[in-house]
Design a protein around this ligand. Structure first.
Ligand SMILES: Cc1cc2nc3c(=O)[nH]c(=O)nc-3n(C[C@H](O)[C@H](O)[C@H](O)COP(=O)(O)O)c2cc1C
Length: 191
């Protein structure tokens, strides 16, 4: 039984607002895949839209363009090794979900494979048709159609990172397999 709780779409952009490394999931027919992505950001408030860079040479990109949808899962620190592994090899020849024993649930709106174990949150996105994505750029735009999060780390539209939920702290890629983990929160005061 999943402990994840739905996230209101008006709060969905906050899930990627602070720049976590994410896992992009995809599926087309019997083919499915997962890769790491460090480059993502919110771009529109209503409806919530995000941008994510998916290299045209990846298997993920092929599945996303064929199916018109992608999932974005936000790994916690406990998932760092798998995140790096799925970002270091292609799923074109071998199913990375099976290879690494990655458990997943089925997205409620788009049916995408979504990862909850050792992840903090997920979003399902419908690919927005965009001429520049098709012609030239690696950037893909998606409208968020459903989102959910582990309430231990994201609830009521806000992240909480503290000593109680360290394995779910988001990870931020510095390059070459080095990551910074979100940790102590600082609260700005009036000046
Ligand atoms: C931490 C990390 C971050 C990455 N970020 C991106 C990214 O933002 N965009 C991208 O296209 N590839 C990125 N990659 C590379 C892809 O994950 C990699 O090319 C992957 O093997 C593609 O898998 P696929 O062919 O199965 O889709 C990243 C890799 C790692 C390890």
């Amino acid at each position: 039984m999943s402990a994840f709780q739905p996230v209101a779409l008006e709060h969905a952009s906050r899930l990627v607002n602070h720049g976590p490394t994410v896992l992009v999931t995809s599926a087309d027919g019997s083919r499915r895949n997962v890769m790491a992505s460090a480059w993502s950001m919110p771009v529109e408030f209503t409806p919530p839209r995000i941008a994510i860079v998916i290299d045209k040479n990846t298997f993920t990109r092929e599945l996303v363009m064929a199916s018109g949808r992608f999932g974005v899962c936000i790994p916690g620190a406990a998932f760092i090794d798998i995140t790096y592994a799925v970002g270091s090899e292609t799923g074109r020849d071998e199913d990375k979900f099976a290879k690494y024993g990655i458990a997943h649930v089925r997205g409620p709106v788009l049916g995408l494979p979504l990862i909850e174990t050792n992840c903090a949150a997920w979003l399902e996105c419908r690919l927005i048709p965009e001429r520049h994505t098709e012609d030239a750029y690696d950037t893909c735009f998606g409208e968020v159609v459903s989102a959910a999060a582990d309430p231990r780390v994201f609830s009521n539209g806000h992240w909480t990172f503290d000593e109680s939920n360290v394995p779910l702290h988001t990870i931020h890629h510095l390059g070459a397999g080095n990551f910074a983990r979100a940790s102590t929160m600082l609260k700005a005061k009036p000046v």
